[in-house]
Write a protein that binds this ligand. Structure first.
Ligand code: NCD
Ligand code: ZN
Length: 348
């Protein structure tokens, strides 16, 4: 494709984001709303969102921060537990309180201790979701401490995801924030009910970047970045035009003090510039013509939602990012790519 310096696309959506709550919500939600019309909002708050009424209250807190004029729509999710009540979940989906349900294997990541301990325990819930057409969003890592952390996604496919798809052939499943060529291959060759989100950081960094010149806590997230061959497979997948891959930032802010700590939290905070950085990836791959499908079309098609009406324009002019975003109480969060130039800038 000929090089271009400006392009316009249908306003995109973020199909996986952590907006948090309280002061952090106030600091980060406007950054997401600046770029995206809708976002799938993760339910892993300190007290996870496990009921439709909790999701509605959380949605109101988000909209109290953003205001109706923002035009932003949070799409809420339910945090599945061993005790999820299908008689709250399914009506919650049918009445629009929930758009999807999230499966965190217990202990897999931040605030997942209350997650599902064994898929067998939620078989009944999954069966009801399958019938209702409610998407299941999966954090795809095994939690077995004997499995090397870099292998946990690949092992999850074999042990959990493949059997799950066989058992529930009609269930829509999003394999979230994939990081391996194994996941790319599995999704590409899988059924139409299976799709995947890809973060911008996994398209840009590999595991060596976490150790470049010293330990880089702000690049640590889960699933952890893998070796470069996997990053290249992800770049190929998102620029292939395959509709099974769509944008999900997994922007996961943690205060600097919680990242730069003896036991630092997992999460890359990319919401300040995600769209610009994705554009850079597609441009570097000479694939800007595939960007709109990835960012604005494939997600709604999978979820069965309309595409957005507005449009956004990206220009190839360099801009910078703040080194830190204030989050109240003297705390800050550090954006992905902070202090580095952005090749593309979002202009409205
Ligand atoms: C997420 C978080 O901080 O909530 N962290 C992360 O590294 N991605 C949780 C998650 O999505 O795994
Ligand atoms: Zn996440």
């Amino acid at each position: 494709m000929a090089k271009t310096n400006e392009f316009t696309l249908i306003r995109p959506d973020d199909w996986h984001v952590h907006l948090r709550d309280g002061d952090m919500l106030k600091a980060v939600a406007p950054l997401t709303a600046r770029q995206f019309a809708r976002a799938i909002v993760m339910p892993n708050l300190e007290t996870p969102i496990t009921t439709a009424s909790a999701a509605e209250a959380y949605k109101e807190r988000i909209m109290a921060v953003l205001g109706e004029k923002s035009g932003f729509t949070p799409l809420m999710t339910c945090y599945l537990t061993d005790d999820t009540d299908p008689d709250d979940l399914i009506p919650g989906f049918e009445l629009g309180a929930f758009t999807a349900a999230k499966l965190y294997p217990a202990g897999a990541t931040t605030h997942s201790t209350g997650g599902v301990t064994d898929i067998a325990r939620i078989e009944g819930v999954l069966g009801r979701m399958e019938k209702a057409g409610m998407p299941l969003l999966v954090h795809g890592e095994v939690t077995d401490p004997d499995i090397d952390i870099f292998d946990r996604e690949a092992v999850f496919i074999e042990r959990t995801l493949a059997p799950l798809l066989e058992r529930f052939p009609g269930l829509k499943v999003v394999f979230e924030h994939i990081t391996t060529s194994d996941a790319v291959d599995f999704v590409s060759s899988g059924p139409q009910t299976l799709a995947a989100t890809v973060t911008v950081h996994h398209l840009m960094i590999n595991r060596s970047d976490m150790f470049k010149g010293g330990l880089r806590p702000h690049l640590y997230c889960l699933p952890v970045a893998k070796r470069d061959s996997h990053r290249l497979a992800l770049r190929k997948a998102v620029t292939s035009g395959n509709a099974k891959f769509f944008l999900g930032t997994d922007s996961a802010p943690h205060a600097v003090s919680a990242k730069e700590a003896d036991c630092g939290c997992a999460g890359v905070f990319s919401a300040a510039s995600a769209l610009e950085l994705y554009a850079q990836v597609f441009d570097d791959e000479d694939a800007l013509d595939k960007f709109e499908a990835f960012a604005s079309l494939n997600g709604p098609a999978f979820y069965g939602l309309p595409v957005n009406e507005g449009r956004v324009t990206l220009k190839k002019t360099e801009s910078g990012l703040p080194a830190a975003v204030e989050v109240g109480g003297g705390e800050t969060v550090k954006p992905f790519h902070a202090g580095e130039a952005l090749a593309w800038t979002l202009v409205d």
